[in-house]
Every structure is written in structure tokens, then in C-alpha cells.
Ligand binder design. Structure first.
Ligand SMILES: Nc1ncnc2c1ncn2[C@@H]1O[C@H](COP(=O)(O)OP(=O)(O)OP(=O)(O)O)[C@@H](O)[C@H]1O
Length: 272
């Protein structure tokens, strides 16, 4: 999982460290199919930041040719719950949006490695925390929370908040940066409204079957939350304390070559 925060945000999020990108690895448990085939996990967490590749398929002489240990900002063992992954690796960056700091949280990995599983949990925990925080601050600040959702499939961009699958035009605007024309932006009323929109998006998303995952997301999905806030009128001293920032939750399509997964038909055309 990768996290990218704005300049100020990362300094805060990493408590004094200088990194602007944090990379975490989450190992998922073997599933029933893998257990029944007597598969073994090739990876082991030796501590909170290191994973070891056990090279089961290589001969003893070949094993010495490959590195066995890789270090990341955080690694999570197979039994680790999504709540802990969120709290440790994503929460601070996601909540920085309330301070006006842009951020992105994304999952990258091959099909069936657990990207959608992790990102769904992380997104829900983050939005629940954002709503809670807004609830606590609503006496002092007025908030507007906006939500948009898109998928990139076969190099075309589709709005996941409408049933209309017409591809959207993407262009660069000198002031606004990259713009997706006519992308729906819903103003969120509350948590239930968010859950309703999320279910709608999930139903729209392109899935297919690969040899490794029966319900494989064959597209990239980007969920964008924008939080705008300003001091409540009776407290206003300085309008410049208005804030606006976005956090993106990105679930990338499997990073493997299509041929390795035996994905067929339209699915074999996409490129990453
Ligand atoms: N940490 C986990 N604990 C338990 N089950 C998991 C975990 N991670 C993933 N799974 C299960 O493994 C399967 C594959 O996960 P998922 O669909 O999230 O993979 P993916 O990386 O998004 O795959 P694809 O790129 O093909 O969409 C799912 O059935 C999911 O429920």
C-alpha cells in the first residue's frame, strides 16, 4: 500500500521524518484453495518493517543468488486485521485532509493479493473517522464533503456514480491540473448516503475472473473525497482560514501480465 501526502502533511504524518511516500506491505493469509493444494507462503515477516523471501522453488545453490530480505516503512503479517493496517499505515494521512492537506492512498500488487479487500476496509474506516471528526468540530467549523468515483478500464475513464458508461474526456487545465470532464461530484449528506453511493459504485465496477481470483477487479478505481471547511459565521475573524483538500483512495488493477493469470477476451487488452 502506498501513501502520498502533501508537503506539510507528510512532515506531520511521519512525525518529523522527511519521506513524502510511505510504502507498506500486507501479506494475506492463504485461502482455502491454496491450503487444499498444500501451497506454502513464500514470504515471512521477520519484524514490523522486514519481509523475507524463502525461495521455496529454488535449489539451495540458486537461493544464495537472490536477495532474501526487503525493508519497507511497515509490513503486516497475514493475521493482521484491516483495522490495524488502517490505524498504523493510513489513518494519519487520510485525516490530514481535514487540515487542508491533499493525500493519496493506493494499493498495488498482483491479482488476488488483497488490494480490493484492503482498500475497501481502509476507505470505510477513513470516511467514518472523517465524519466523526467533522461531528466533533461542527460547532466551530462548517464542512462540505464531496465524493466522486471513477474507473479506468481499457484506457478509458468512466464515472462510477452514474449508470451511463460513456467514456469521459480527460484534459490538463493550467490552473486545476488534470480534469475529468463531466465527472459527477456528489455532496455527501451523511454516512448512510456515503454507503449508498459506495454500493452503487461497487455494482458498476468491471470485474472478471482470473485463474487466481474469481472476482478480480480488472480496472483501476479512484474514489475521491474533498473536504471544504470554514469557521462558523459567528466566529469568523479571518476568512483565509477556509480549507479545501482531497484524499484519493486508489485500488489499482492487478499488476501482473494478463497472460500469467489466464484472463481472456476484453480483459487481456488492458495495459498498466
Ligand atoms: N487480509 C485478508 N484476509 C482474509 N482474506 C483476504 C485478505 N486479503 C484478501 N483476502 C481475500 O482474498 C481474495 C482476493 O482478494 P482481493 O479481491 O482483494 O484481491 P485483489 O488484489 O484486489 O485482486 P484483483 O487484482 O484480481 O482484483 C478475496 O476473496 C478476499 O476476500
Amino acid at each position: 500500500m502506498g501513501l502520498i501526502g502533501g508537503e506539510e502533511g507528510v512532515q506531520e504524518a511521519t512525525a518529523g521524518r522527511e519521506e513524502r511516500i510511505l510504502v507498506s506491505v500486507r501479506l494475506r493469509p492463504l485461502n482455502d484453495k491454496e491450503i487444499n493444494k498444500f501451497d506454502v507462503c513464500d514470504w515471512e515477516c521477520s519484524n514490523d518493517t522486514t519481509i523475507i523471501y524463502k525461495n521455496h522453488n529454488l535449489s539451495a545453490s540458486d537461493r544464495s543468488l537472490y536477495p532474501t530480505s526487503y525493508t519497507f516503512d511497515r509490513v503486516f503479517r497475514p493475521g493482521c486485521p484491516t483495522r490495524q493496517v488502517y490505524e498504523t499505515a493510513a489513518k494519519e494521512v487520510a485525516l490530514s485532509v481535514l487540515k487542508g492537506i491533499n493525500a493519496s492512498i493506493f494499493a498495488y500488487g498482483q491479482t488476488s493479493s488483497g488490494k480490493t479487500y484492503t482498500m475497501s476496509g481502509v476507505t470505510e474506516y477513513a470516511i467514518a473517522d472523517i465524519f466523526n471528526q467533522i461531528g466533533m468540530e461542527k460547532e466551530e467549523r462548517e464542512f462540505v464533503l464531496k465524493f466522486s468515483a471513477m474507473e479506468i478500464y481499457n484506457e478509458s475513464v468512466r464515472d462510477l456514480l452514474t449508470a451511463d458508461a460513456t467514456p469521459l474526456r480527460v484534459f490538463d487545465d493550467p490552473e486545476r491540473g488534470t480534469v475529468v470532464e463531466k465527472l459527477t461530484e456528489a455532496t455527501l449528506r451523511d454516512w448512510n448516503h456515503f454507503k449508498e453511493l459506495l454500493s452503487f459504485c461497487e455494482a458498476q465496477r468491471k470485474i472478471g475472473e482470473t485463474s487466481l481470483n474469481e472476482a478480480s477487479s480488472r480496472s483501476h478505481q479512484i474514489l475521491k473525497f474533498t473536504v471544504e471547511s470554514c469557521p462558523c459565521d459567528f466566529l469568523v475573524i479571518d476568512r483565509s482560514s477556509s480549507l479545501a483538500a482531497s484524499v484519493n483512495f486508489i485500488d489499482l488493477a492487478g499488476s501482473e501480465r494478463a497472460s500469467q493469470t489466464h484472463a481472456a477476451g476484453a480483459r487481456s487488452n488492458w495495459s498498466l
